[in-house]
Design a protein around this ligand. Sequence first.
Ligand code: NAD
Ligand code: TYD
Length: 349
Amino acid sequence: MKKFLITGGAGFIGSHVVRRFVNTYPDYNIVNLDKLTYAGNLANLKDLEDKPNYRFVKGDIVDQQFIDELFETEQFDAVIHLAAESHVDRSITNPIEFVLTNVVGTVNLLNSARKFWKGRYEECRFYHVSTDEVYGTLGEDGLFTEETPYDPHSPYSASKASSDHFVRAYHDTYGLNTVISNCSNNYGSYHFPEKLIPLAINNIKNSKAVPVYGKGENVRDWLWVEDHARAIDVVFHKARAGDTYNIGGHNEWKNIDLIRLLCRIMDRKLGRAEGTSEKLITFVTDRAGHDLRYAIDSTKLQRELGWSPSLQFEEGLEKTVDWYLANEEWLNNVTSGKYQEYYSQQYKL
Ligand code: NAD
Ligand code: TYD
């Protein structure tokens, strides 16, 4: 397989996946298709601009004709699909965007793959990148496995669950060679500061209130983004057609404990007295329908395909803080203009 379409490659995880594939596989030609929404940023891929096996195309996966034309001219053999509306809070405010991009956009890509790959389904692969949020929420115990029934609660997770179902349906009905992975929360460089970790880093840096929803008791399972990109690489190359893998860090943190750890790291890095940043923690109204706990059992991926996470969380978080402090220009650019509007509407702080 030589000709790849990666969608959403200008976003957080997509940029790491594109970087990994472009640099690891010089014989793969990679087209990165991205609409460049508020979350897409070509500055995430500056180091790849001159690579001979990489090309950026601006476009919308909701436009079926455009996707068909791209498949026709580029003759892809593989799709790694990451383009999505990805933020739960935005899905609560504006669900229809999530239906369009996450559901309709995914079905459009499946339709093009089905049409242009006719007669060679076995050699072409459609990889759909999904989330653990499709499984709903856990109580105090237990882990999500690949057998956990889907039970999404937010418009975001409902749209991702729907897209997963369509991908499976195209495998079961038409025989398309599909693979799905469901990953836990990612963190690392190029993460847009609307999500918890980069938002908190930016606010602590600027000595602004750090909003924690409810009592900060919700638990997430955090994975370093480059470990996710490596898992996608392994799953893409080794999984059986129609299979699913869960990807996670075995790294559960209550939001409030995570934020306290981040405050301590930031105090140290910024030369502030211990305890300074913790004073910024501000408990705010809880998110509607807020899932209590996510935690992934990635035994299948570890056992069958030999993947495991590489970084301890403290080390990864420290690397992440270092990246944001060293990339002030990137952070200032993405938090100017429209971000300020979003922030004041969302938080009223
Ligand atoms: P992101 O919001 O940072 O990036 C999404 C990208 O998709 C952006 O570059 C955006 O411009 C592009 N995009 C949006 N709508 C588009 C459209 N209609 N056509 C073309 N491009 C469009 O998201 P992310 O955090 O990098 O997530 C990437 C994928 O991984 C998503 O499918 C998400 O559901 C999944 N995922 C994310 C996490 C996480 O922790 N962030 C965890 C598990 C799975
Ligand atoms: P987020 O990064 O939005 O990821 P997800 O909702 O997909 O898990 O949120 C992670 C956790 O942090 C989640 O429990 C909600 C919480 N949270 C806050 O407490 N404050 C915030 O400002 C944000 C954005 C999230």
